[in-house]
Design a protein around this ligand. Structure first.
Ligand SMILES: *[C@@H]1O[C@H](CO)[C@@H](O)[C@H](O)[C@H]1NC(C)=O
Ligand SMILES: [Cu+2]
Length: 140
């Protein structure tokens, strides 16, 4: 009897964890309402969790800024030579398709040196949600 109750409690706990798992990928607006600007706050990414499948949306007046993906060393020195990608539409969505760090800077003038740079750490989802409820949920 007691062990059966423990099993049911365990099953309920698993159910809660499945329900709390993120249902879909998130789109992060870089810099929030202000967008990707010279006043972009360097603390924007603090406290945010970026999961594989999420995306970053860079909004800015086209022509005033760009988004350039660089490596960690180049990020430190704002060196956009040999970059990994450039976006310049003013409404650029970049999907975080794998885990690890990604570095983005503005490639216009000295904007990067002025602080227009963003590093994000992308993490894997610890346990992907099962496609169907586990066996224990279907009984009783
Ligand atoms: C800038 O980065 C490129 C590619 O990584 C590298 O070849 C070059 O030496 C760097 N330039 C400076 C000034 O560090
Ligand atoms: Cu800029």
């Amino acid at each position: 009897m007691a062990s059966r109750q423990v099993l049911l409690l365990a099953a309920a706990a698993v159910g809660v964890m499945v329900l709390l798992a993120p249902a879909s990928a998130e789109v992060f607006m870089v810099g929030d309402a202000a967008g990707w600007t010279l006043k972009y706050p360097p603390t924007w990414a603090d406290g945010k969790t970026f999961v594989v499948g999420d995306s970053l949306m860079f909004m800015y007046p086209a022509g005033e800024h760009t988004v350039v993906e660089v490596g960690g060393m180049e990020f430190m020195t704002c060196n956009v030579t040999g970059n990994k990608g450039i976006w310049n539409s003013g409404s650029d969505t970049i999907t975080l398709s794998k885990s690890g760090k990604r570095w983005f800077v503005c490639g216009v003038s000295d904007h990067c040196a002025q602080g227009m740079k963003l590093v994000v750490t992308v993490v894997d989802v610890a346990t992907p949600a099962p496609a169907s409820p586990p066996e224990s949920f279907r009984c009783c």
